[in-house]
Design a protein around this ligand. Structure first.
Ligand code: NAP
Length: 250
């Protein structure tokens, strides 16, 4: 299988790339800025048993996304799975204090970027014959967040709203693409130990909130990757339009 993962230079995207590599899949490792980290992901995927290439693209820029999909197809051939994972957060504050530049950046990356990537997958996945449709071998996995149902007051209602849009996209796009044999699902991580938390300016947040979950700890990127890779796999052939919480019960 050929799997394209946006934002795979670190965190959940990286863990997903490595797990996909362990299944022997070919992985497109997208990143925005950190070429060295993306190259480290490529090496890790290869060590796990897969093939990989790093591809730079800012998902909020349509031209970049078109070039990203072109580069993936040129290297590996047609794509069977896309993980719409790239995302950002920003400094914790109430909505009343948020500058429009911040709102634009958060929405451009997390909503517009995700929609463009999902659209590109929808355009490029081939229509399946009725027998192929039964196996539903192409799929999209969207990264939502528990923030979509918690709202994240006084921290990041912008980020939370973006993830609400992702939840809705999963429902609607699954209905659009089901007749083509394409499955669309979302994964909603809770508090996961990645570098995204450094961007909110509250280094204690990971442990503080993680320790309050029913399972009493933050999650790991690898634990989220397990859900993503299962949704991509043939084992999830009758699963579409759903959203899996990986939140430690939060
Ligand atoms: P992370 O560790 O901060 O990694 C983010 C990744 O996205 C990096 O590879 C980064 O690449 C890439 N990226 C950022 N902006 C980009 C852009 N404009 N275009 C392309 N790539 C871009 O984040 P994470 O925690 O793994 O989060 C992954 C996803 O899970 C996100 O959608 C996030 O909202 C969601 N999530 C995370 C948590 C959590 O607690 N960690 C909880 C709920 C949901 P560069 O460094 O090269 O820019």
């Amino acid at each position: 299988m050929n799997i394209l993962i946006t934002g795979a230079s670190r965190g959940i995207g990286r863990a997903t790339a490595i797990l996909a590599g362990a299944r022997g899949w070919n992985v497109g490792v997208n990143y925005a800025n950190d070429a060295t980290a993306a190259e480290a992901t490529v090496q890790a995927v290869q060590q796990a048993g897969g093939q990989a290439i790093a591809i730079q693209a800012d998902v909020s820029q349509e031209a970049d996304v078109l070039a990203l999909f072109d580069a993936m197809e040129k290297h590996f051939g047609s794509i069977q799975g896309v993980v719409v994972n790239a995302g950002i957060n920003a400094t914790s504050m109430p909505l009343a204090e948020m500058a429009v530049e911040r709102l634009r950046k958060v929405f451009d990356t997390n909503v517009l970027g995700a929609y463009i990537c999902a659209r590109e997958a929808a355009r490029r996945f081939p229509a399946s014959s009725s027998s192929e449709r039964k196996s539903s071998s192409t799929s999209i996995v969207l990264l939502s967040s528990a923030a979509a149902r918690l709202g994240s007051p006084n921290e990041c209602v912008d980020y939370a709203g973006c993830k609400g849009a992702i939840d809705t996209l999963a429902i609607g796009l699954a209905k659009e693409l089901g007749p083509k044999g394409v499955r669309v699902n979302a994964v909603r991580p809770g508090i996961i130990n990645t570098e995204i938390h450094a961007s909110v300016g509250d280094p204690e947040r990971l442990e503080r909130i993680g320790n309050q979950t029913p399972l009493g700890r933050p999650g790991s990127a690898e634990e989220v990757a397990e859900a993503i890779v299962w949704l991509l796999s043939p084992q999830a052939s009758y699963v579409t339009g759903t959203n899996i919480d990986v939140t430690g019960g939060r």
